[in-house]
Design a protein around this ligand. Structure first.
Ligand SMILES: NC(=O)c1ccc[n+]([C@@H]2O[C@H](COP(=O)([O-])OP(=O)(O)OC[C@H]3O[C@@H](n4cnc5c(N)ncnc54)[C@H](O)[C@@H]3O)[C@@H](O)[C@H]2O)c1
Length: 345
């Protein structure tokens, strides 16, 4: 299928439009976003295989109904698996997803995000899998934005190796579409948050604030806290993938709400909901951190009839409940451990 312009390479689109069960290979499915996607795809009646090296994800996140492939994305030899399992769609979320690590180890970042992705493309080509969904990053491929919210037409100017590797892999996918080998959907996610996000990652600001406050520790806000982000609830991302499985429209799409929220405002909302009196500490600004980021998802809505709609209030209610439940579980475990230690003494 021919490309149609820099950003609307889908416009007439390729509509698979099949109301049928798909077999998805979800890479990175032991991590935050993709484990939620796996649950949602299974709930919609699809079959799911998960590929993950567990370098960052956790076995706890793997749905029981999914087939698990404990592999690295850079490993060769995936093609027979795709064929034997009858994979029809690949949802590629495994990544080196940390901007700071990409600055310290740009070669590792490229090895996973570009070379690892190319191994997957090669396996898809050999196995004849055309539908390829890629988790790109709207927060990094545009660099410092000049419009708010910005559309997919905004110039790209990443300011980190991570942003470069995401953008480079987008270009590979577009080339493979021109070669009539893949029908890619590229989703440029804004800041996704929700249950299972890891507070150890740099991007999981909701998780970081919630875990600190529930643990009675003050979190650090870097800079003045007036930097803004577009927070998208992971439930909306799940809805997007499920809709695409019903109606596949190749293209590049922003995944954002179009609403900017500052870190200070986010902190305020979370601490109020958790009734926490703890004040945040302010640290020096992070070098190279974007001032504002916010995405227009009109194109996505036009393609699949949906764009992220969960407000930050609704999304936080759901997400904070998850962290509260987890904190009480680990407190209960700690109490049980203390009791058993006392008995043994
Ligand atoms: N969280 C966000 O706000 C956000 C924003 C934009 C883009 N993204 C992209 O979405 C995807 C998922 O992000 P997430 O926040 O769920 O991250 P995550 O760290 O929770 O999940 C990534 C998963 O990839 C796996 N992985 C990493 N390297 C691997 C390798 N070499 N081989 C196999 N598996 C490997 C990890 O074990 C982990 O389970 C990533 O591609 C990320 O770049 C996320």
């Amino acid at each position: 299928m021919a490309a149609e312009g820099p950003h609307s390479f889908s416009s007439i689109g390729l509509l698979y439009n099949r109301a049928m069960t798909e077999t998805l290979l979800i890479t990175g499915g032991a991590g935050f976003i993709a484990s939620n996607l796996a649950d949602a795809a299974l709930a919609a009646g699809h079959r799911v295989l998960i590929l993950d090296s567990l370098v960052g994800g956790s076995r706890e996140n793997l749905p029981k109904e999914a087939v698990f492939l404990h592999r690295d994305i850079r490993d060769t030899g995936l093609e027979p698996v795709l064929k034997a399992e009858g994979v029809t769609v690949v949802s590629h979320h495994a990544a080196q997803a940390n901007v700071r690590v990409s600055l310290e180890e740009p070669v590792l970042d490229a090895a996973i995000n570009i070379m690892g992705g190319l191994e997957l493309i090669r396996a898809c080509e050999q196995a004849g899998v055309r539908r390829f969904l890629f988790a790109s990053s709207g927060g990094t491929v545009y660099g410092e934005q000049s419009e708010f919210p910005c559309t997919e037409e905004h110039p790209t100017a990443p300011t980190s190796p991570y942003g470069c590797s995401k953008l480079a892999f987008e270009e590979y996918l577009r080339a493979y579409q021109r070669l009539d080998i893949l029908d890619p959907v590229i989703l440029r996610y804004a800041n996704v948050y929700g249950a299972r996000q890891n507070a150890k990652g740099e991007a999981g600001i909701v998780a970081i604030i919630a875990e600190h406050l529930l643990d009675g520790r003050p979190p650090t806000i870097f800079g003045d806290g007036e930097q803004t982000r577009d927070y998208v609830h992971v439930g909306d991302v799940c809805e997007i993938q499920n809709r695409l499985l019903e109606r596949w429209v190749p293209g590049i799409y922003n995944v954002g709400t179009g609403v900017e929220t500052s870190v200070n405002e986010l902190y305020e909302r979370i601490s109020r909901r958790l009734a926490s009196p703890i004040e945040a500490i302010h640290g020096p600004p992070k070098e190279g951190e974007l001032r504002r980021s916010c995405l227009d998802a009109f194109l996505l809505e036009e393609a699949i009839g949906f764009r992220p709609t969960t407000t930050i209030e609704e999304g936080l209610d759901h997400t904070l409940q998850y962290y509260v439940d987890r904190a009480s579980e680990s407190q209960a475990k700690a109490r049980a451990l203390r009791r058993s230690l006392q008995r043994d003494l």
